[in-house]
Design a protein around this ligand. Structure first.
Ligand code: AMP
Length: 193
């Protein structure tokens, strides 16, 4: 495992603990020599983790679509910054350059991005680990909802289990290193035939 993609908020969130979680994940990645791939912004939780990894001498690759380069204020001090034509290109490049995916606390963009790579894992398009970094219980309600999707028969247990959830970044990165992707039959009805 060489690089991890971290999706995270372009906002700071209301509690300092969210920014602290970004710094902690950055430090844990530095300890393991893992590079960071992220959206390329200077702002919010995104800027926090990028600065931590850069300051610690690690590799940071930022990928920003042209249309957002002004609004999200692209980071000028990264190892490598890619300005791409579209959001789709951004997400494809982030996925391609990374060996695993983590969502720190964030908003709609963060949630969309982690669920996209999770659905690709479910379909077997890649075999890389996906996770929520559940700082101060930020994702508790989302996890409860995901359990509900299994109970109600829309997501199978193996697909649900593909989204790891940890509050300690070091424990999470250990799990990433030992991860073996399961073979999942996405279509629930066919499981029992
Ligand atoms: P947010 O979590 O909404 O603060 O956004 C975090 C990052 O996700 C930002 O870099 C956004 O540009 C990005 N983002 C926002 N909407 C989307 C989307 N539909 N697909 C992919 N990324 C998005």
């Amino acid at each position: 495992m060489k690089r991890v993609c971290v999706y995270c908020g372009s906002s700071d969130g209301k509690k300092d603990a969210y920014k602290a979680a970004a710094r902690e994940l950055g430090r844990a990645m530095l300890e393991k020599g893992l590079g960071l791939v992220y959206g390329g912004a200077q702002i919010g939780i995104m800027g926090e983790i990028a600065n931590t990894v850069m300051d610690g001498g690690g590799e940071v690759i930022g990928i920003m679509p042209k249309s957002l380069a002004d609004r999200e204020i692209y980071h000028t001090g990264l190892t490598r910054l890619e300005i791409v034509d579209s959001m789709h290109e951004r997400k494809a490049m982030m996925a391609e350059l990374s060996d695993g995916f983590i969502a720190l606390p964030g908003g709609l963009g963060t949630i969309e991005e982690i669920f996209e790579v999770l659905t690709w894992a479910q379909l077997g398009f890649h075999r890389k680990p996906c996770a929520l970094l559940n700082a101060i219980g930020y994702y508790d309600n989302l996890c409860a909802f995901l359990n509900h999707t299994v109970i109600e028969g829309f997501v199978n247990t193996a697909s649900r289990a593909m989204l790891m959830t940890e509050s300690d970044p070091r424990v999470l990165l250990e799990r990433f290193e030992n991860y073996q992707a399961p073979v999942v039959n996405k279509w629930i009805d066919k499981e029992n035939t």
